[in-house]
Design a binder for this molecule. Sequence first.
Ligand SMILES: NC(=O)c1ccc[n+]([C@@H]2O[C@H](COP(=O)([O-])OP(=O)(O)OC[C@H]3O[C@@H](n4cnc5c(N)ncnc54)[C@H](OP(=O)(O)O)[C@@H]3O)[C@@H](O)[C@H]2O)c1
Length: 222
Amino acid sequence: MTTIGFIGSGNIGGTVARLAVAAGYDVVVSNSRGPETLRDLVAELGPRARAGSAADAAAAGDIVVVSVPFRAYQAVPAEPLAGKVVIDTNNYYPQRDGQFAELDDASATSSELLQRHLSGSRVVKAFNNIFFKHLGSLARPSGAADRTALPIVGDDAAAKQAVTGFLDAIGYDAVDVGALADAWRFQPDTPAYGTPYGSFSDPIGTPADAATIRAAAAKAER
Ligand SMILES: NC(=O)c1ccc[n+]([C@@H]2O[C@H](COP(=O)([O-])OP(=O)(O)OC[C@H]3O[C@@H](n4cnc5c(N)ncnc54)[C@H](OP(=O)(O)O)[C@@H]3O)[C@@H](O)[C@H]2O)c1
């Protein structure tokens, strides 16, 4: 059985953990305050879930989801993630995260910075462009007519394949938008960010298929 580790188990990490458990995965959740603060989430997730430190979640996961405020990315433990597929859900919001020069001058994407920090891992960006409530409500079985798609990028084809399989299992199609350097195509303030899935004021959201997401990502301008 595949285990999904979570470094950061808030709105997005917690939502992906719920979808993963519903799809039959085991999960190990972690946050910055310690496993005891995740008791309620673990109780809700049930017997497939346990809480640990970030290093525990990194070590236990076959795939590890990093879902923290971007400013904390260098606190993610690199050593236990070596050789693993890491899903990066993070977005750079300077007003929340502080200024990062390489992101401000667009010489790197936030995913490239995470990949540099996790140099032994294979980072794939996913889940960053969808409001967590929509992520929770728009999951559909494979082949459903109203299935929603999520964009992904990564520098390693096998890692993207693994993430595509995980997305499929938890209810989503994947649209491959390219390499980590292309992550800007669905970062904040681009057409593929948030709006294809409906208004934030509507917690249910609107399904958006692969063609819609591919077209939105292609429209992004720098
Ligand atoms: N909210 C959304 O709809 C949404 C959608 C797409 C992408 N995102 C992006 O995804 C990321 C997570 O967003 P979120 O809304 O899920 O945030 P959140 O609800 O604030 O959760 C953040 C999680 O990260 C943990 N964390 C913070 N610093 C950490 C560290 N050094 N080590 C381990 N865990 C740490 C927090 O733990 P503590 O609570 O213990 O500090 C918490 O579990 C952000 O980059 C965000 O921009 C968010």
